[in-house]
Design a protein around this ligand. Structure first.
Ligand code: NAD
Ligand code: DAU
Length: 332
């Protein structure tokens, strides 16, 4: 039995990981989460109190972080400002949480010699042409585009520096776009599903040719647990499930699965600096650590996600109006 500290465990992917740990290990989990607009304690509802503790606090709070690291065998670091559109509107919280917050954790890990796994994104590599035969690998040079992805890239480089300079026991994973239940309605797939439920036409940025490499959040969690168990300190692992799709196809599939005409959506103002394509080659994780995804079929995973949003309006409705007001102010 290990004592895990999970930062950002009330967010979309962090809460999925906490459920996954409780279901698949004997570990005890302490969640550290600031409950920003993106955090929701309801995402952790139903978990046994003797297995999961919740601490409401900020990863930039060094004394609190130090106390929690003193009582943890390993830390999995999900907490971040995570949305590109927000980072284009107000970058400052991204610097505070993604850079200073990660630095605060690294210093505590150094003091306590704590094993740390840092969660990151494929966006640190920039984007690919639509017809590029290559995908991102662990050796692709960093080339981030947005305030969000540049702060995630900065946090990755801090982790690498602490490994090299101070011998920190740390691993990094860079994952592609996640989908599944409990994702905030600001993100592409839940925004369109909840738009259709509300009778609003889905909104596609630009022409909708941009490609994302979709992975179910459950598969992200199983990959992170695998890296925590078997990953080699100092190494980076890319996580992906060969799920490339362009945004237009995804919107049309959502509409069809929800019983609407496939063309019942609107083109809206494109995102500034919009990355064209992400694509992950996860060969290293599969061959060296033996991981493989369990969701082979995007359509059935998406269909189950639609069912979840239909059945859980009480979870997402409180955020919906403010999210749409934010987008409306930008012509999106
Ligand atoms: P999210 O926005 O849903 O959740 C972020 C969580 O972090 C929230 O619970 C929030 O309250 C918490 N948080 C934010 N600032 C904090 C702070 N200063 N102190 C403590 N807690 C704080 O994000 P997500 O989509 O679940 O992403 C989680 C991690 O995974 C991020 O590091 C993100 O970069 C990475 N990631 C996300 C995706 C994706 O598709 N969503 C893909 C790859 C990597
Ligand atoms: O690749 C991993 C990244 O995936 C993570 O690091 C980020 O935290 C996560 O938010 C996600 O970033 P994206 O910017 O790719 O995700 P988002 O859901 O914001 O948008 C997905 C695509 O859909 C993108 O091409 C923009 C487009 N889009 C988005 C919204 C919200 C639309 O066309 N319409 C929309 O309304």
């Amino acid at each position: 039995m290990s004592r895990l500290l999970v930062t950002g465990g009330a967010g979309f992917i962090g809460s999925n990981f906490v459920h996954h740990v409780v279901e698949n290990t004997d570990d005890h989990v302490t969640v550290l989460d600031a409950l920003t607009y993106a955090g929701n304690r309801e995402s952790l509802a139903g978990l046994p109190e003797d297995r999961v503790a919740f601490v409401h606090g900020d990863i930039t709070d060094a004394p609190l972080v130090d106390e929690l690291f003193a009582n943890a065998d390993a830390v999995v670091h999900y907490a971040a400002e995570s949305h590109n559109d927000n980072s284009l509107h107000d970058p400052r919280p991204f610097l505070d949480t993604n850079i200073i917050g990660t630095y605060t954790l690294l210093e505590a890990a150094r003091r306590h010699d704590t094993r740390l796994h840092h969660i990151s994104t494929d966006e640190v590599y920039g984007d690919l042409e639509l017809d590029d035969p290559d995908r991102f690998t662990e050796s692709t040079p960093y080339n981030p585009s947005s305030p969000y992805s540049s702060t995630k890239a900065g946090s990755d480089l801090l982790v690498r520096a602490w490994v090299r300079s101070f011998g920190l026991r740390a691993t990094i994973s860079n994952c592609s776009n996640n989908y599944g239940p409990y994702q905030h309605v600001e993100k592409f797939i839940p925004r369109q599903i909840t738009n259709v439920i509300r009778g609003i036409r889905p909104k596609l940025y630009g022409a909708g040719e941009n490609v994302r490499d979709w992975i179910h959040a459950d598969d992200h969690s199983s990959a992170v647990l695998t890296i925590l168990d078997k990953g080699v300190n100092g190494e980076t692992y890319l996580i992906g499930a060969d799920g490339e799709k362009n945004n237009k196809d995804v919107v049309e599939l959502i509409l069809t699965l929800m019983g609407q005409p496939a063309d019942a959506y609107e083109h809206v103002t494109d995102r500034a600096g919009h990355d064209l394509r992400y694509a992950i080659d996860s060969t290293k994780l599969r061959t060296e650590l033996g991981w493989s995804p369990s969701y082979g079929d995007f359509e059935s995973g998406l269909s189950a996600t639609i069912d979840w949003y239909r059945a859980n309006e009480g979870w997402w409705a409180p955020s919906k109006d403010a999210t749409e007001a934010f987008y409306a102010g930008k012509g999106q």
